[in-house]
Design a binder for this molecule. Sequence first.
Ligand SMILES: Cc1ncc(C[n+]2csc(CCOP(=O)(O)OP(=O)(O)O)c2C)c(N)n1
Ligand SMILES: [Mg+2]
Length: 344
Amino acid sequence: MPSDKQLRQMYEWMVTARYYEERLQEEYMEGKEPAFDISAGPIPGELHLAAGHESSAAGVVSHLRAEDTVTAPHRPHHIAIAKGVDLKRMTAEIFGRETGLGSGKGGHMHLFDPDVNFACSGIIGQGVPPAVGAALAEKKRNTDNVAVAFLGEGAIDQGAFLESLNLAKVQELPVVFVIEDNDWAISMPKERVTDVADGSKRGAGHNIPHDRVPQDDAVQVFDAAREAVGRARDDNGPTVLEVQVHRRMGHFMGDAEAYRPEEDKAAAQMRDSIERMEDALENAGVAADDRDAIRADAEARVDEAISWAKDQPEPDPSAAYENEFVNPPAGVADTEPATDGGER
Ligand SMILES: Cc1ncc(C[n+]2csc(CCOP(=O)(O)OP(=O)(O)O)c2C)c(N)n1
Ligand SMILES: [Mg+2]
């Protein structure tokens, strides 16, 4: 059971993430309607929101420190916020600004903050092998730091995940795999791609301890994650932990979800993890005024980060070829980079 302080911290992360994404939605839709022009507005491109996933980040990251590594998927904001990623620079990145974490080139799916060892990627399952690599490095350095890879249930049949489980176990690495099961991979319901309802059982085939939290209750996640992270920190190897979360929105902003049964949409709205946290705080004797103050502080911080980010300069087009892995093909570097986003 978390302490009062930990409960407050979890609540703060959860309400920060929820409000942050509500504000991003408003900003994102600017200029995109009526025909949903995905390239228009201050946040062009896709935006995947994690409303309904907050409990998994809050419960797990409560047990982590800055030195621990976290990798996240394309729905990263709740995890990044809990891990302590700089909110202003993260927001500037989402708005494509020069002072963003990746100089405005990565966008919301590619946030990297080396100060708190956080990275995420739009490639499904991508973060899993690097988390295992980070765990291997920590083991070789003889630290007690751990790594956590968050992934969606849609990623657990990726070869990279299964290979990572094997290596993590055979080397007894300090890593926790956290599967956020929201029942959907874009428009694909889980039961159409796997016969295994409990994805944490992927661990069993590799002799890895595994657990599943059947509802998005941050306190239950906290308890399960204490064991999993503790096992890693005590050098007792990996764990697979699955958390039942809910996708309260479409896969991405603008997704009309024509494929999704109405009952499923309604079920995702029913018992919200943030309400559960409010009950937990109430039971722990944290007064409603205190909860309101936590929420108000979180909202002020988010509003400040968003207005700061919107004031930041856009990157100079001449920086487009900086920090690339390879030189541009012959002839490309001599041409002016396109500034209008159009075809060249
Ligand atoms: C390797 C790879 N294959 C396919 C995609 C396209 N894609 C983006 S999100 C997604 C579904 C992911 O589902 P899940 O892992 O359950 O995460 P969720 O979106 O539900 O949080 C897919 C297939 C991709 N980004 N990367
Ligand atoms: Mg999913």
